[in-house]
Design a protein around this ligand. Structure first.
Ligand code: HEM
Length: 488
């Protein structure tokens, strides 16, 4: 038996309390000098001296509580989870000011122990700001810049047309079909892999891995993220279930990281590889380091690009069944501009302003990443007389921005007309902020926008979406609820 495991639980608890106290004191002392003169942004009073606001931040849809708090505390809200400073931005202008105009300070990511323990630290989207991130960011910019996305249009069109067939034959299975269209597009672009509509090995693997990330990433979801040294506690210690969770997740992550690239390499060797991002990067790969970066970029593309696109298309299906008037107007526009003898294609996008407005309203009504992805501060800062410490986690409350009644009157109502100005032209609010901010803005936004837009336009050109009928021909009411996590 090791020395550690020989200690009594009582002693361990005392050591633990002392460590937590030290961690909190360290955070306080680091910020004491400036903080003694300047306050943190306002926020809810902490309910515990040790954990801070741990009990005050709901695990379910925290964006709603933070939007509520903005009425009392303003657009910038501070709360503490143990030693971790958190700041939530509830309005668009402040987000632009900090993430964009002060991007030299606000482009880091908060460090999360669970990422490392679960093997998810391969994800360049969650990497600290630095050389590794910069190298991979360049690779994304190259792969997903607007003129490169032109080359993906063929795949997108083919997969969206497959969706039409699937919807026509098995409409009850529509959620699976939505998942297939988004995953098939990304798998084809990244790995040249043609997914099977059911039980695809690579999709299932990625899904299982991504769901582990969702469970391990949310702020406050696990105490070890807030108190990093807990990772060194032995596995038998009470409350260290995160070790077992992380061990299981790591096995999946390793497979997701390596298996698709091994498949592409096998296909290259056998001469059957289709053109893809992975095959192109493998061709130019000279060192082990290059190989590591290319695996990170490919695996992150799937992790960041599949579920987010699925979520947006699902919102479209739900909302269009709830608000038939928007569907009617969009279909009238498609019928007038395109007619009935062909499907819409990308070149039609500028000629279909109402469909464009509908697409924007889908992104606004329920953003796929409602609490954004937290940025980290790489230095301390002062904003409007408030102190923002170095190492803080700064969260854009995208949901609150998209439901700001000053910017979007009657925000709960699904109303694409809000995107037209008084002359009847589309305004310049393209909802791109639902894809993030500043140097960390989503590099896949053009690809995602194309997939979502084409799906909306094509499905509306062919189908009337509505509520299912009961045996008496009456509409069965639908009420969606949204999951909590990084993506909803
Ligand atoms: C509806 C679809 C999508 C949504 C809503 C979305 C949203 C986001 C958001 C909010 C961020 C964080 C930005 C920030 O930190 O401020 C992000 C980052 C990222 N997204 Fe997307 N995304 C989508 C699709 C995609 C696709 C299709 C890809 C790739 C093919 C992709 C790749 C990435 C990557 C690599 C990052 C990390 C960027 C970095 O940290 O430098 N995303 N995305």
């Amino acid at each position: 038996m090791s020395l550690l495991s020989g200690l009594s639980v009582q002693v361990w608890l005392e050591v633990l309390a002392a460590c937590i106290l030290l961690g909190v004191l360290k955070t306080w002392s680091k910020t004491f000098v400036l903080r003694s003169r300047l306050p943190f942004p306002p926020g809810p009073p902490p309910s515990s001296w040790l954990g801070g606001n741990v009990g005050d931040i709901p695990e379910i849809k925290p964006w709603l509580r933070c939007a509520e708090w903005s009425k009392d505390f303003g657009n910038l809200i501070y709360f503490r989870l143990y030693g971790q400073h958190n700041i939530v931005i509830n309005d668009y202008n402040t987000a632009v000011e900090l993430f964009q105009k002060r991007s030299n300070i606000y482009s880091d990511r908060p460090s999360t122990v669970m990422l490392e323990l679960t093997g998810w630290d391969f994800n360049s989207g969650l990497r600290p700001y630095g050389e590794h991130w910069r190298t991979e960011r360049r690779m994304y910019q190259q792969a997903y810049k607007p003129d490169m996305t032109l080359t993906y249009r063929g795949v997108q069109t083919e997969k969206v047309q497959d969706l039409l067939y699937a919807l026509a034959t098995t409409p009850d299975d529509f959620r699976n079909h939505i998942k297939t269209v988004a995953t098939a597009i990304i798998m084809s672009i990244v790995y040249g892999h043609d997914v099977s509509p059911k039980d695809d090995y690579y999709v299932e693997l990625a899904e299982a891995t991504v769901s582990k990330l969702a469970q391990s990433m949310f702020p406050g979801a696990t105490i070890v993220n807030a108190i990093p040294f807990l990772r060194y506690l032995p596995t038998w210690f009470p409350g260290t279930g995160f070790h077992a969770f992380a061990g299981g997740a790591r096995k999946l992550t390793d497979q997701m990281f390596n298996a698709p690239i091994a498949m592409v390499e096998k296909n290259i060797n056998e001469g059957t590889a289709r053109p893809s991002l992975a095959s192109e990067l493998l061709e130019n790969c000279k060192t082990e380091k290059d190989r590591m970066h290319l695996k990170c970029v490919c695996a992150t593309s799937y992790a960041a690009g599949a579920d987010t696109t699925v979520a947006s298309i699902e919102v479209f299906f739900y909302i269009i069944a709830k608000f038939p008037e928007a569907q009617r107007k969009a279909q009238q526009e498609i019928d007038t501009v395109i007619g009935n003898d062909r499907l819409p294609d990308f070149s039609d996008r500028p000629s279909l302003p109402y469909v464009e407005a509908l697409y924007r309203e889908v992104l606004r009504w329920m953003p796929a990443v409602p609490f954004g992805v937290a940025h980290g501060t790489s230095d301390e800062d002062i904003y409007e007389g408030h102190y923002i410490p170095k190492g803080a986690s700064v969260i854009p409350n995208v949901w609150a921005m998209a439901h700001d009644p000053k910017r979007y009157p009657d925000p709960e109502n699904f109303n694409p007309d809000r995107f037209f100005n008084e002359n009847g032209d589309l305004n310049d609010d393209d909802m791109l902020y639902t894809f993030g901010f500043g140097r960390r803005v989503c590099p896949g936004r053009h690809l995602a926008s194309n997939t979502i837009w084409l799906t909306i336009a094509t499905v509306l050109a062919v189908f009337k979406l509505g509520k299912k009928k009961d045996a008496d021909g009456q509409d069965i009411p639908i009420e969606a609820d949204f999951t909590t996590g990084m993506m909803t």
